[in-house]
Design a protein around this ligand. Structure first.
Ligand SMILES: C[S@@+](CC[C@H](N)C(=O)[O-])C[C@H]1O[C@@H](n2cnc3c(N)ncnc32)[C@H](O)[C@@H]1O
Length: 250
């Protein structure tokens, strides 16, 4: 039976890689790497650095092109469903063609595989398709949320209180009844739609990397600076990944 490891490698700093991840990577014969659009060069560099530093056994790296995806579809669910199926076909082909039937393969996942990442759903789909006999394990990683809170030296939740994690696409002002909201995958500066008078923000871009930028303060005071900083950084690097916590004052 083929073995597959889905390994979280942290949110951008090479030292986010855990001891458990290093031990897992040293069992792997083939690392599968999918091209990730604009951030590709930086991601490939980080991945190569991690493998060079930590893997001390013969291995191969197999690269493939991620199937193209409509980022602004009319029917979001149907488009994602179709994209997952095309990815499952690709994973299945890679596993069959590149991994011996008693070999160990791995996907290295940005951050942690449980948070806004489709790798586990796709692996389940591959298994359900029935063409590959596969057992798999998940190794957790440091998420962008943890990288954000550590760099700002803040606690994610208030004492005994819930925290909402959502995407920029779903944020339309501060959600009613939710006073602590983490926003990820925000292509459109959704924080601009939030009334900033009684809300604080802790914002971080390229967390853990040499390009890291942090800002915090009352949203109304720092919003324009964050927008400006974000636009400049995005133009300079060609891509941006940012995460922020919004907290309503009481
Ligand atoms: C597809 S999700 C992947 C999340 C990842 N699985 C995790 O555990 O953090 C990508 C989003 O994660 C956030 N992100 C990932 N790495 C980041 C970083 N180094 N700095 C800031 N945000 C980051 C951004 O919100 C980005 O849009």
């Amino acid at each position: 039976m083929r073995r597959l490891l889905v390994i979280g490698i942290g949110a951008g700093h090479p030292d986010h890689v855990t001891v458990q991840a290093i031990k897992a990577m040293n069992q792997v014969d083939v690392f599968f790497v999918l091209d990730k659009g604009a951030a590709k060069d930086d991601l490939v560099r980080l991945r190569r650095q991690i493998l060079d530093e930590h893997v001390h056994r013969p291995h191969r790296v197999v690269e493939a092109q991620d199937p193209p995806r409509d980022r602004t579809p009319a029917d979001y669910q149907a488009t994602v469903e179709d994209w997952h199926e095309r990815r499952a076909e690709l994973y299945e082909r890679m596993l069959l063609d590149e991994l011996d039937d008693d070999g160990c393969g791995a996907f290295l996942v940005w951050g942690d595989p449980s948070l806004y990442d489709s790798t586990l759903r796709i692996v389940e789909r591959v298994i359900a398709r029935g063409a590959v006999d596969l057992e798999y394990e998940v190794v957790p990683g440091i998420t962008a949320v943890q990288a954000l809170t550590a760099r700002h030296r803040i606690v994610l939740n208030r004492v005994g209180e819930p925290v909402t994690i959502t995407t920029g696409r779903r944020l339309d002002g501060m959600p009613p009844g939710q006073d602590d909201v983490v926003v990820m995958l925000d292509g459109e500066e959704a924080f601009r739609a939030v009334d900033g008078e009684d809300v604080d923000i802790w914002w971080g871009a390229y967390l853990g990397t040499p390009d890291e930028v942090l800002r915090s303060g009352r949203l109304a005071d720092v919003r324009d600076d964050i927008s400006r900083t974000r636009t400049e950084a995005r133009e300079r690097k060609g891509w941006i990944m940012d995460t922020y916590l919004l907290r309503r004052r009481r």
